[in-house]
Design a protein. Structure first.
Length: 123
């Protein structure tokens, strides 16, 4: 009985760690995370945040399935290691090393209902 409870406690601890890891924001090595507070979506100027491990896994699964496009309409082929996600969670911006690629046309479309880029409508 004691072994059962010990096993249960270990399993619960591992489950908690896995959940915490999935919810952890991912910053590429060399990126100053304090920069996130001053970065904004180049299209609508809303705040961005670092993607979590779970979000990156979801994005990479869509890339592997050929189901993710960028704002220019091209199918995204290369998996990502980190991203900045727009406040409304509809667009993500990948990193090139430790540098976020904040180019509207290269934004990753996370919500297929998002329309074409219209930066002038936000200025």
């Amino acid at each position: 009985m004691r072994t059962f409870f010990l096993t249960l406690i270990i399993w619960l601890c591992l489950a908690c760690l896995a959940t915490a890891h999935a919810d952890a924001a991912v910053a590429p090595e060399g990126f100053d995370t304090s920069m996130v507070s001053i970065l904004a979506c180049p299209e609508n100027l809303t705040p961005v945040r670092l993607a979590t491990d779970a979000e990156i896994d979801t994005i990479n699964a869509r890339i592997a399935a050929g189901q993710l496009k960028d704002r220019a309409g091209a199918t995204v082929r290369n998996p990502i290691d980190a991203a900045l996600i727009r406040e409304d969670s509809r667009i993500a911006y990948r990193f090139d090393g430790s540098v976020p690629v904040m180019v509207i046309e290269q934004g990753l479309v996370l919500d297929d209902s998002v329309g074409p880029p219209a930066p002038d409508s936000y200025r």
